[in-house]
Design a protein around this ligand. Structure first.
Ligand SMILES: Cc1ncc(COP(=O)(O)O)c(C=O)c1O
Length: 377
């Protein structure tokens, strides 16, 4: 079977993935950035009191669904927060594949940052319009592409993440807004997966923090990370909202999220809005950890968020570093191709609000010990 050959090649390249088991140390893996998921049992009685046993299945796609109560309530709540139309999707993967494939029609151009998430790449690949890419965060290159091509298309979509999932660095959102305003046919598409809950006064994301929510045409938010729930939503204009209801295939042709899940999402988003102190703590902890890490590694860290990569440089080195940390009771996963480019393999450390400095000092000590042992080899 050809599939055996592929698996063997992956194994030889040290890229064979396995579902991790037996983890239980200091958690630097999960995207539960505000530690809401870790504390979920604290919210169960409130959930039961406020939501009267919502159905466990939607039993149909949203367009055929009889019971819309929870979906509509959550969309209304989010519309109030974002001052945009909101559409729930089944996951961030569904949102990006559905939205970008729908936006990419003949006569349109999708221009994306080279480091966007796989779900965005897949959405663009499913489309039928033209595509172009710019070097990560290179606004000069984006400007050149737009100068050359924008006038040839009816619609141009510039697609970025606000916080990049593997480097933890930020998109220059303000500059992106300035650039898009120079063109009447350019829409700005921003995936806030790793910023929602963590950035902004109410935790709405980096666009809220920068005061530019109204300038972003299409915002994508997943609820499986800081919101400790499941699902995703798209916040956008009336027209694009209606367009997605009609043309986003992952919305039309898939059973809607279970009402029980939506009710949980509702509760978690309410909690997130009030977590100002936790956001401040996570911000300070991340800044401190980054600078300590830079001192140890001697490598400047581009991250400006709670996602902090530790350079490994090869798949085997990343695996080895993760195994050593795990032996010391620290859970961190190696990130390899195709998630990141060859030569940039790393550990992706994901910090969360309930971590304490003492725990991170232990992590730094272990990283230092690993680096010293590698130098001695
Ligand atoms: C930037 C980004 N967008 C979208 C997704 C997909 O979201 P979901 O897990 O809800 O499918 C992820 C990761 O899971 C992500 O990192």
């Amino acid at each position: 079977m050809i599939y055996d050959d592929i698996l063997q090649t992956l194994d030889e390249d040290k890229r064979l993935r396995k579902i991790p088991t037996g983890l239980g140390g200091i958690d630097l893996i999960s995207n539960d950035y505000m530690s809401l998921g870790a504390k979920h049992s604290e919210f169960l009685s409130e959930f039961q009191e406020r939501f009267d046993c919502p159905p466990m299945s939607a039993s149909a796609s949203r367009l055929l669904q009889r019971h819309q109560t929870e979906h509509t309530a959550l969309e209304n709540m989010l519309e109030g927060l974002y001052n945009k139309k909101v559409l729930l999707l089944n996951s961030g993967y569904h949102a990006n594949t559905g939205a970008l494939s729908a936006l990419s029609v003949p006569g349109s151009l999708i221009i994306s940052d080279k480091l966007i998430h796989a779900s965005m790449i897949d959405g663009i690949r499913l489309g039928h319009g033209d595509t172009a890419r710019f070097v990560h965060n290179d606004m000069g290159m984006l400007r050149k592409i737009l100068e050359k091509k924008a006038s040839q298309y009816k619609s141009v979509v510039v697609a970025v993440e606000s916080v990049y999932s593997m480097d933890g660095d930020l998109a220059p959102l303000r500059e992106l807004v300035e650039i898009k305003k120079e063109y009447s046919n350019v829409l700005l598409y921003v995936d806030e997966a790793h910023a929602f809950g963590v950035f902004g006064e109410k935790g709405l994301g980096l666009a809220e923090e920068l005061g530019i929510l109204s300038d972003i045409d299409i915002l994508i938010v997943t609820l499986g990370k800081a919101a400790a729930g499941y699902g995703a939503f798209i916040a956008t204009s009336e027209t694009v909202h209606s367009y997605f209801i009609n043309c986003a295939r992952s919305f039309i042709f898939s059973t809607a999220l279970p009402p029980s899940v939506i009710a949980w999402d509702y509760l978690m988003i309410e909690k997130l809005a009030g977590m100002t102190q936790e956001r401040k703590h996570l911000r300070e902890l991340s800044e401190w950890f980054r600078s300590e890490l830079e001192n140890i590694t001697g490598i400047e860290c581009q991250s400006r968020s709670q996602i902090i990569p530790v350079h490994a440089g090869s798949a085997s080195r990343a695996i080895d570093m993760a195994a050593k940390l795990r032996a010391a009771g620290i859970d961190a996963l190696p990130i390899r191709r195709p998630t990141v480019a060859a030569g940039t393999e790393r550990l992706r450390l994901s910090l969360s609000a309930n971590l304490k400095r003492e725990e991170l000092i232990r992590v730094l000590d272990e990283i230092l010990a690993i680096l010293i042992s590698v130098e001695g080899e």
